[in-house]
Design a protein around this ligand. Sequence first.
Ligand SMILES: C[S@@+](CC[C@H](N)C(=O)[O-])C[C@H]1O[C@@H](n2cnc3c(N)ncnc32)[C@H](O)[C@@H]1O
Length: 177
Amino acid sequence: MKSIVEQSHDFLLPCLHQGAICIDATLGHGKDAAFFLSHKVKKVYGFEIQETVLAKTIEVLAKSNFYGILAGHEMMKKYISEPIDAIIFNFGYCPGEDQTITTLPTTSLAAVKQALQLLKIKGRMVLVMYPHEQGQNEAKLIEGYLQQLDHHLFYIEKSYQLNQHNSPYLLKIERIK
Ligand SMILES: C[S@@+](CC[C@H](N)C(=O)[O-])C[C@H]1O[C@@H](n2cnc3c(N)ncnc32)[C@H](O)[C@@H]1O
């Protein structure tokens, strides 16, 4: 069985072509950005609020088509106005870094709303959710918002493991029109 991260990447794969513009909304160590870049896309934006983490990741990725942005993803529309093919959010804290710095419900929801507005028709977005104690409010808030979106505009699927309590899960979104 593929890991949750591999499953999130599989969902975005059909959107990754030569002209694709992508966003890694929670850059961290850049594994998701590296996945985009490995598919020879046109441009990848990465948002991160920790300066030291961002600097390390820019060095590791070392690609001219990667644009690391030191800002919260809730500022996304200030930095990006072009339509986007693929977006990933991987909520929570960055393993190996300061675990007190984590994504937060209200800023995460603000960012998801902006990301939906930037998504192209047929573009895809995936949210990796962690419904443990810290992430529960964030998950509830975001799901509550997504649940009431017009199903003619967005297809939204929740994919989770039935037999493991509080395991991470995916919210997969495709813009229909
Ligand atoms: C689960 S980690 C991401 C893992 C990452 N995708 C990787 O492959 O390493 C979440 C990251 O989001 C960052 N973060 C927290 N709040 C943020 C915000 N408002 N905007 C952007 N990034 C944020 C954290 O600093 C952390 O590095």
